[in-house]
Design a protein around this ligand. Sequence first.
Ligand code: IMP
Ligand code: MG
Length: 176
Amino acid sequence: MKEEIVHEMFSENQVEERIVQMAEQINKEYEGKSLHMICILKGSVFFFTELAKRLTVPVTIDFMAASSYEDSTVSTGKLQMRKDLDEPIEGRHCLIVEDIVDTGRTLSMVKKMLLARNPASLKICSLLDKPSRREVEIETEYIGFEVPDQFVVGYGLDYAQKYRNLPYIGTLEFSK
Ligand code: IMP
Ligand code: MG
């Protein structure tokens, strides 16, 4: 039977410390403004709430379910939109919160779609970045950690919907 083993890469403490730093940066850069945070379900939900709790600027939140992945470790290259935002974003300062930027396809499609709705501004905040896998150029304003070209799980990230609840981030190894 194929066994899955998770090797810790960033501990719960390391992730939390980094989120505190990111929140400080965002608080500074959005001083005097209200921030509309957009959570890309489901992967970014753990990161999203931890980040939101540490923001001191006025915050509103909304959720969107979009991905280019089907229960596998390979991108399908197509955007699946399963849930749109509840509220309009026109004239609002929006921050897309994502779990990981891999090929960049999901975020570039999401960004294009949201820009068409005329937000006052639209930035991207991702817990992880895997730059070696990029296929589409995408500007990211806030990144937690860069990771090598390995499949990672935990802190919201899944493999076939498993491991999202791990409090740390780890690499997934498949052994026989
Ligand atoms: P992209 O469109 O290739 O950038 O894919 C981004 C999405 O793929 C993320 O939101 C994740 O859901 C998923 N993904 C990419 N790499 C990983 C990984 O290493 N572990 C878990 N999910 C991943
Ligand atoms: Mg995702």
